[in-house]
Design a protein around this ligand. Structure first.
Ligand code: ZN
Length: 368
């Protein structure tokens, strides 16, 4: 295991619209660079992990294990890469991986595949095919590149240390990746399939395209004679129905409050006060505008979890019908909805079949 992993993090992020450099921006609960650090450590493939940065002070406060070394970067990416190679020379590495900190989404499987291919090759580079059509410009003329022949290189890229070191030290031109040096010197590069998810984070909206929120909803209504019982929009044969200004459907009311909670839009009473206008309104009519508004604002629901709290009726008997109904009202698929029945050991008002309660948790994601 004479492999070394170099993470280039000296970039100034000119295209990233934030005061902090993008490699330190919080992405999925940790800094962007930490994703690469953790994966390189977890893979257990590397003797040392070298971080190349121009923010040495920033890294001083980090408590890294001793296999991580932090060194100073250069002006351009290729200068930083060369700094790392010069630093590594004393360890006499066999293989070196070079990786851009701005790619946090590669897999450990990819690392292993690269290493496997490095046994028979001096340079291994992951590539993906372009999904977009590419044009290129010469002076004022635009030309087409054949998409089928256009390949996009990713990092990590891996090399036999000796070859890369000798080439890099003699190479005068600035390059945007190490594969370029090999290609410019007509040395064979083994290209292997890269990963579509391993995209480079360049712009702020590369990381801020989605956010997930949770919401909680609770409702309880008294059971009274001579009223129909509705649960989840389904009419259920029962000795009583739920008292309320509306049809008293505790499930749909709790869903509405969970949605409003997740989107910070107060509560159901704000939108449906006890006014004449809403007297005896059916709850699907209340849910509909809330759902429409949610989807129009680019939210999507991930899942709903529902606790229906009552002694009777038995939830198991109506579960499929209720889930079907909620699925139709929300356009969720049935496997995004769970309905649990909970009795209360005959305790209190609910235990004496004088009331039914419901609680709901919802997870939603906002896409921009
Ligand atoms: Zn209610």
């Amino acid at each position: 295991m004479n492999n070394f992993f170099v993470i280039l993090a000296a970039g100034k992020s000119k295209r990233f619209n934030k005061k902090i450099a993008k490699q330190f921006y919080n992405y999925r609960n940790k800094e962007i660079i930490d994703h690469s650090i953790d994966k390189s450590l977890n893979s257990k493939l590397f003797k040392k992990v070298i971080i190349v940065t121009n923010n040495l002070n920033y890294f001083k406060k980090k408590e890294y294990p001793s296999i991580i070394k932090v060194i100073k970067g250069g002006k351009e990416r290729s200068d930083s890469s060369l700094n790392a190679l010069k630093y590594l020379k004393k360890y006499k590495p066999k293989n070196v991986f070079i990786h851009d900190a701005a790619r946090p989404n590669f897999s450990i499987k990819l690392l292993k595949n690269i290493l496997k291919n490095l046994k028979r090759n001096k340079a291994v580079v992951p590539i993906i095919k372009s999904k977009d059509s590419i044009k290129y410009k010469v002076k004022n003329q635009i030309f087409n590149l054949n998409r089928k022949n256009s390949l996009l290189t990713q990092t990590p890229q891996a090399f036999r240390f000796k070859e890369l070191y000798n080439l890099a030290i003699n190479h005068k031109n600035k390059v945007s990746d190490e594969a370029t040096i090999f290609i410019n010197n007509n040395i064979k590069v083994k290209f292997i399939p890269g990963e579509n998810k391993n995209n480079k984070i360049t712009y702020l909206n590369d990381v801020e395209f989605s956010k997930t929120y949770f919401g909680i909803g609770f409702d309880i209504h008294k059971l009274i004679k001579h009223k129909k019982l509705y649960l989840g929009g389904v009419k259920i044969p029962f000795h009583s129905g739920l008292k309320g200004h509306s049809d008293g459907d505790v499930i749909l009311h709790a869903i509405i409050d969970a949605i409003l909670g997740a989107t910070r839009k107060k509560d159901i009473g704000t939108y449906f006060p006890n006014k004449k206008k809403f007297k005896d309104i059916r709850s699907p009519k209340m849910l509909k505008p809330i759902i429409n508004n949610l989807y129009k604002s680019n939210f999507s629901i991930n899942n709903l979890d529902i606790n229906l709290i009552c002694e009777q009726p038995k939830v198991s008997k109506y579960r499929d019908k209720i889930i079907n109904s909620i699925s139709k009202l929300t356009t969720l698929s049935k496997d995004q909805i769970n309905l649990k029945g909970k009795t209360v050991e005959k305790l209190g008002l609910i235990g004496k079949e004088k009331a039914i309660a419901c609680e709901v948790i919802i997870s939603i994601t906002k896409y921009d």
